[in-house]
Design a protein around this ligand. Structure first.
Ligand code: SR1
Ligand code: MG
Length: 413
């Protein structure tokens, strides 16, 4: 990914907002009534700590909302890396679609303004970002099952297992031009960790040897490029596209997936693998196998269990869908079960491979995760990261050999 000094043209009517200008803006929108009173009684603060956008919490006498606005550049790098505002459109589209299939697992959407690249949505409170909760050692008894359910519903209902071919192709087309976001993933996940890219960083000098080994590792690079090819060509389902633990908000009882601005039609295993990768990084960031670390590992098992059980019941109950049309069962009644098993096995293998890629990119690439970054002692951090890197390599190369999540978790320990 190369940065440039050319600023992107922003559409007429776009203005990056500040807390003050946001309140004045909101007064002109249909959601003003949710806040109550007038803008002079509202308080807004910018709370975004992600890599790309502005995020505001606005509170009024009657209620509160969250406002997310895209910037015309990558926030974590600055204006030298322009990024189309259109990602706000894809995020809104995906949130609405996911809201149809998993309404309890995404925030409610109140308002979308295309020229302003801005969405007003439910303020999830007292939720916190899952990654922060895991770093703090909190347990969320329903989180893994909820994410599994979100994945099963959002992936099943947007695939050929449910849709007729016309609707499926129309849906693919809706996301085809989210190219800038897909290109970020193609570069940052599958390429940059494997060459000396300008914006790469790693814990140095502790990981210099392994970073170089990975760059020289033809077998690994072949496998990663095979996964990249799958990412680019397997339009199986509408993906969230960036389902890490920073894209999930939790309380003890509730779980919501946010931020699907990387949404596109891709392989189901990519979303499943993204979440597994982030649970595994949370696990590897704890330097010993204490109760809490093992609890995190167990969540990976619960996630897969919940996803596969939910996906299987949707499959059993399905009425439409183009693939494995019921006319094929007449002379081969066991086909229905075999088809499901084949799909689950493929998603599982893909998910492990993508999980491996996701772990490596967060340790050797541009965008790191706080699970590791919050470990101040560089030697300690590097030791955790090295374990994660070696395991990620195994996940990628042996993805077709692991038969169950239990096998994966044993190997992780
Ligand atoms: C330049 S954007 C870096 C990363 O932040 C997002 O969360 C995505 O994971 C992206 O790859
Ligand atoms: Mg995000």
């Amino acid at each position: 990914m190369s940065t440039s000094s050319v600023k992107l043209a922003t559409p007429q009517g776009y203005q990056a907002l500040s807390p003050k200008t946001l309140c004045i803006y909101l007064e002109t929108t249909p959601i003003a009534h949710r806040l109550g009173g007038t803008s002079s009684q509202w308080s807004a603060s910018e709370v975004g700590d992600g890599n790309l956008n502005l995020v505001f919490i606005v509170e009024g006498p009657k209620g509160s909302v969250v406002v997310k606005q895209a910037l015309p550049y990558v926030r974590m790098v600055g204006e030298s890396w322009p990024l189309p505002l259109a990602r706000a459109h894809f995020e809104h589209l995906a949130l609405v679609e996911q809201g149809k299939h998993a309404p309890q697992r995404v925030p409610a959407i109140y308002h979308y303004d295309a020229p302003m690249a801005l969405t007003v949505m439910e303020y999830l409170t007292p939720h916190i970002i899952l990654r922060k909760g895991l770093i703090a050692g909190e347990r969320y008894p329903h989180m893994a099952a909820h994410v599994g359910e979100f994945l099963a519903h959002s992936l099943f209902f947007t695939s050929d297992f449910y849709l007729d071919p016309v609707s499926k192709r129309e849906k693919i087309a809706l996301y085809l031009t989210n190219t800038a976001m897909c290109k970020i993933s193609e570069d940052l996940i599958f390429d940059e960790p494997y060459f000396d890219a300008e914006l790469n960083r790693h814990t140095s000098p502790q990981l210099d040897d392994i970073a170089l080994e990975f760059r020289k590792d033809t077998v690994l690079k072949l496998a990663v490029q095979e996964l990249k090819y799958k990412f680019m060509n397997n339009a199986e389902s509408l993906l969230h596209g960036d389902l890490h633990t920073g894209s999930v908000m939790v309380t003890e009882d509730d779980t919501r997936a946010i931020d699907p601005e990387f949404a596109f039609y891709g392989p189901m295993g990519f979303d499943v693998g993204a979440f597994i990768a982030n649970l595994l990084m949370a696990y590897f960031s704890k330097d010993k196998n204490d109760d809490y670390a093992l609890w995190i590992l167990e969540q990976t098992q619960i996630l897969w269990q919940s996803f596969s059980t939910e996906f299987s019941s949707l499959w059993a109950a399905r009425k439409g869908g183009e693939i494995f049309n019921p006319r094929l069962y007449d002379d081969a009644p066991d086909l229905k079960e075999a088809a499901l098993q084949l799909r689950l096995d493929t998603i599982f293998g893909d998910a492990l491979g993508f999980a491996g890629c996701k772990i490596i990119r967060r340790i050797l690439g541009l965008a790191h995760v706080d699970d590791f970054e919050s470990i101040e002692d560089a030697d300690k951090r590097a030791a955790c990261e090295r374990r994660a890197l070696l395991f990620a390599r195994r996940l990628i190369l042996e993805r077709k050999n692991f038969k169950t999540m239990q096998d994966v978790l044993k190997a992780a320990q």
